[in-house]
Design a binder for this molecule. Structure first.
Ligand code: GDD
Length: 295
């Protein structure tokens, strides 16, 4: 039985990935933050020695981009230093294990190249993007030093399990609360912001495929389609047979000081080498998320 070790297993991606791997008859070791704090190098080493995994999926991160405003140092510590600790622990204790790192489209910032691929230069415009860019470079160095270390450059990916701070889930939850008469208004930041939104269940399959490939590489996982926050609003309200007008307000305090732009991915390398493609459509995903909240 192969053994997989997942950091950040309590999150949206970790929970779907654990289910996928158990279905493939893996033994899944999913330590919580208390058992394996990635910022604690000694704890990471102990956890890896005890598990002796074949595959490691490093998903633990401060993943809400806006959170840097509260504590930028913590974001860098978890997202960058945590990745360095994991690389070091693997090198010392399980040098034959395969490592997957969940990187982010935010590494590209506001790129001129549209869509982006694995060759697009990193130019982050947020602390979050910087933390992921630095960690992705550390993964590339580890690969050059002989570790099997792959990165998925993941564009936004959603599901009914998405955390409530992210905009798709926030909108779908609010729609259900408005439908039930528990809420009147929904306050949002920039509703013209556009993202490449996919389905988390497709993306965790990509993570697994990246580690089954003979060589460790970087892979973009994306749909190649851009939609706006306003598109999410319109689909979610329509799913609940509500008119969004009269309910949605723009709150300037929710606008981000440095907003990335034009983040849309070209996943043709993953399609070619891994046979990966996103199955779910944007509309059906937002409808599913809204129906889950209404239920
Ligand atoms: N959260 C939030 N709340 N976002 C809002 C709101 C709001 O009220 N109003 C507008 N937005 C806009 C944000 O400014 C952003 O442009 C977009 O909605 C999506 O925001 P989030 O859902 O918070 O996701 P994100 O794009 O910042 O980050 C996600 O995707 C990254 C990959 O591109 C996260 O999953 C990151 O961890 C991930 O790396």
């Amino acid at each position: 039985m192969p053994c997989a070790f997942i950091t950040g297993a309590a999150g949206q991606d970790g929970s779907y990935l654990a289910e996928l791997l158990r279905g493939k008859k893996y033994e899944v070791i999913a330590p919580g933050r208390a058992e394996c704090d990635v910022t604690d190098a000694a704890a990471v080493g102990r956890a890896l020695r005890a598990a002796a995994p074949d595959e490691v999926y490093h998903l633990a991160a401060v993943s809400h981009v806006g959170q840097a405003a509260q504590d930028p140092a913590a974001m860098l510590a978890v997202n960058f230093q945590g990745t360095v600790n994991l690389i070091h622990g693997l090198r010392e204790d399980c040098p034959r294990a395969r490592l997957f790192f969940a990187s982010s489209s935010e590494v590209f910032g506001r790129p001129d190249q549209v869509p982006q691929n694995e060759e697009t230069p990193f130019a982050p415009v947020t602390i979050y993007g910087e933390s992921k860019a630095r960690a992705t470079l550390a993964i590339r160095q580890a690969r050059a030093d002989g570790l099997f270390a792959a990165s998925g450059i993941l564009y936004n990916h959603e599901s009914p399990r998405r955390g409530e701070v992210f905009v798709t889930r926030k909108i779908c939850r609010a729609v259900a609360a408005i439908k039930a008469g528990r809420q009147q208004d929904l306050s949002l930041g920039d509703t013209t912001a556009r993202r490449d939104w996919g389905d988390a269940r497709d993306y965790v399959l990509g993570m697994w495929l990246a580690l089954q490939h003979p060589q460790p590489e970087d892979f973009v996982f994306a749909t190649g389609e851009l939609h706006s926050v306003q598109d999410v609003v319109e689909i979610a309200f329509a799913t609940a047979q509500l008119d969004w007008r009269g309910h949605v307000r723009v709150d300037a305090s929710l606008m981000r000081p440095a907003e990335p732009a034009r983040l849309v991915g070209d996943a043709s390398k993953a399609r070619r080498l891994l046979g990966w493609s996103p199955r779910a459509s944007f509309r059906s995903l937002i409808e599913e998320m809204t129906r889950a909240e209404l239920a």
